[in-house]
Design a protein around this ligand. Structure first.
Ligand code: MN
Length: 206
């Protein structure tokens, strides 16, 4: 249920039908939920630094009851000139936003994950109020209220409507800073304060 599941979301006449069908509420702490006014909801986002076969950052935005997810090899940049490749990957559960630890060898995504940034987000004024509509159109203007990311970032799908390739870049607003190098300046977890290397070492048997 990757591409198929996502497309069903837009065709279903019941807004939470797919959300419920994908989940076993006796096995997940996620709320069963009800239809709410999206504009009043506080949507979460997380960026996880993932030291796997290749180091990358996983950007996840809450929408439709899940975390839409993109793997960003170079991570976000405050320099609007830096257009960062962001490859869309499978939806993750909301619970995943607080996951930090070591995925053992032999498992999918084996390696170490830290919560690099976390907070609330909203779509910037003047664009679609529903993130799923903006996602379908392939253009999201996202205002982050994080510990590291502030201001507006742009996510744009490239290479056609069925592509998983997007670009992530900073809008040239008051928070833009071409001289900043946020991934180097702030390598630590906002959850534990540890670097990905420290988490990795802390979980390796002596
Ligand atoms: Mn990853």
């Amino acid at each position: 249920m990757k591409n198929g599941g996502r497309h069903v979301v837009y065709n279903s006449p019941m807004p939470l039908e797919d959300y419920a069908r994908k989940r076993n509420f006796s096995a997940t702490p996620e709320p069963q939920g009800k239809v709410e006014d999206r504009k009043s909801r506080r949507l979460i986002y997380v960026i996880q630094k993932h030291k796997a076969t290749h180091l990358h950052y996983d950007l996840r935005l809450e929408m439709g009851g899940v975390l839409k997810s993109w793997a960003v090899p170079k991570g976000p940049s405050y320099n609007p000139a830096d257009k960062r490749l962001a490859v869309e990957v499978e939806d993750h559960p909301l619970d995943y936003a607080s996951f930090e630890g070591v995925i053992p060898e032999g498992n999918y995504g084996a390696g170490t994950v830290i919560v690099w940034d976390q907070g609330a987000y909203e779509l910037a004024d003047g664009y679609d109020a529903d993130p799923l509509v903006a996602w379908r159109k392939g253009k999201l203007h996202v205002r982050f209220h994080g510990k590291k990311l502030l201001g507006i970032w742009v996510l744009v799908r490239t290479r056609g409507p069925n592509s998983r390739d997007w670009l992530l870049f900073k809008k040239n607003d008051g928070d833009a800073d071409p001289a900043a190098d946020i991934t180097r300046q702030r390598p630590e977890s906002v959850k534990s304060g540890k670097t990905v290397e420290q988490v990795e070492k802390s979980q390796v048997a002596p």
